[in-house]
Design a binder for this molecule. Structure first.
Ligand code: PAF
Length: 283
């Protein structure tokens, strides 16, 4: 049976007793509104650990004041059922007071080279919020392994850097993007899309797939790839492009010539809904 913890001392006590029994802990941090993508992380954690801990916390510090914190989907009842079905042992469900009781808060600021590029250009405070809450969660849960999704590729790179720089003793595992039948990357925010936007949003992955083909058949110039994707999106959707970029998959540095392990990443707004996606191409 899945146990639910709402306070830090009660969770600490449970984790201490598990560690005394030498149990390994796999941790999946989420903001809830669970979909197949989250479930794939939980399943991976289930395979690799004795105990699986899931957290659900819609973290206010990673949303700017004009962003969607208030309307972010909250589906706790369904989430609990799904979590239990997928074999979560402990569910951590803190509220904002428990997570951020004392203010002003100590913040974790990760290397701006990683946080000010891509999504960080239009969301300049986002990754400080993410790194801070994940550092707190890692201290609370002290897992052996933590599972993140490749859809939030920049987030995964930033969190790995944070965990390494602050010497967290955790192995971070990035799991593949799960997609809808038409290719749209699964995301809690897909629920915001109306029918027309939902139809058009499949163009994002279709464009990335075609771009991969172009790279695989010899295109080496990132500008050509970016222009190709931009035209595809502008010609076939009403989406507003935030960015399309070709970067080194590990350092997130923009590349002009496509060489090595390259990430092609994009963010496009459909109405107020900002969608992100990416592919990694080994050239
Ligand atoms: O990816 C998310 O759901 C969030 O950014 C995370 C990692 C749970 C931190 O709030």
């Amino acid at each position: 049976m899945m146990l639910v913890f709402k306070t830090i001392p009660s969770l600490h006590k449970k984790i201490k007793s598990l560690k005394l029994k030498n149990k390994t802990i796999g941790f999946v941090p989420t903001m809830g509104a669970l979909h197949e993508g989250h479930l794939s992380l939980i399943k991976k954690a289930r395979q690799q650990n004795d105990i699986v801990i899931l957290s659900i916390f819609v973290n206010p510090t990673q949303f700017a004041p004009h962003e969607d914190f208030e309307k972010y989907p909250r589906t706790l009842k369904e989430d609990k059922l799904l979590a239990e079905m997928c074999g979560v042992d402990l569910l951590f469900l803190p509220d904002t007071k428990i997570m951020y009781g004392s203010s002003p808060l100590t913040e974790v600021i990760v290397d701006p080279a990683l946080t000010r590029t891509l999504c960080g250009k239009s969301r300049p405070t986002h990754f400080t919020g993410v790194a801070t809450v994940v550092a707190k969660l890692l201290n609370i849960v002290t897992p052996d392994k933590m599972y993140l999704g490749q859809k939030d590729a920049q987030q995964a790179v930033v969190i790995k850097k944070m965990a390494n720089d602050l010497n967290f003793d955790v192995k971070i595992i990035t799991c593949p993007i799960l997609r809808e039948k038409d290719g749209l990357a699964m995301s809690s925010r897909n629920a915001y899309l109306n029918a027309k936007q939902r139809r058009e949003s499949s163009l994002l992955y279709q464009s990335l797939k075609k771009a991969r083909q172009k790279i695989k058949t010899g295109e080496k110039k990132s500008k050509k790839i970016i222009d190709f994707i931009r035209e595809n999106i502008l010609n076939h959707t009403h989406g507003k492009i935030d960015y399309i970029a070709c970067v080194d998959a590990d350092t997130l540095k923009e590349v002009k010539v496509l060489r090595g392990k390259v990430m092609v990443a994009l963010a496009v707004k459909f109405g107020a809904t900002r969608l992100i996606d990416n592919i990694i191409v080994n050239t």
